[in-house]
Design a binder for this molecule. Sequence first.
Ligand code: URA
Length: 247
Amino acid sequence: MPKVSKSDQLEKIKADIIKNNVCPELASGATQLVFGDGNPEAEIVFIGEAPGQKEDEQGLPFVGAAGRFLNEMLEMIGLKRSDVYITNIVKYRPPANRDPLPPEKAAFLPYLQSQLDVIKPKLVITLGRHSLEVLVPGLKISQCHGQPKRYNGQVYLPLFHPAAVLYNNSMRQTLIDDFKKIPQILARTENLPPISKPNSGPKINQPVEAFRPVPTAQGRPESIEGRQAQAKPAKSRPAQAKLQLEI
Ligand code: URA
């Protein structure tokens, strides 16, 4: 059987959202579906909240002010939009840009999960609390931003939403500082032990594993979390894994 390209598989998911009439009220108030944009072979997928006015007009995610800031930060770490894949949890613009409602996020989650199953990114970056809440339940963005987590075999990096920090200098700098960690975190995903159930979808009440840093050249991990990991008896850690993942 000929192999179906990732691009064609993504087109099929997009068609399914329309065929299955997902969130008909949102759909009827929106100009169009904003499914996703970028490279289906990407190693990194960014997931925002929901389209705004510009996204609704153009049918593409993150093309307004928040999108310009996201582009700048991508450039800062040597990436272009075409190197990554960008989407949202909710794929129609909510009226007057209100927050997406829990049933709307739940209705779109299986389609988002299918997008991730097709792309198989090494790193999923959640932008803001809405995509974090549905993908890695139980985490607070204010406490975990910039810290990679492994959940159901997938590595996530929770970040603040670019729109939320645009006009707040200190939060803006925090997002920039967190963003600069992306290349190093991506490189670390190479050393992970095999994933038993990649992208199998979030499960309720499943604990989140901390993603432990690789020891530095001096043998001392850079973060407190990593130092705590190192303080544990060596036999409790798998010998072959450079990166330690613990619950
Ligand atoms: N904010 C989002 O969360 N998504 C977009 O696509 C644009 C702004």
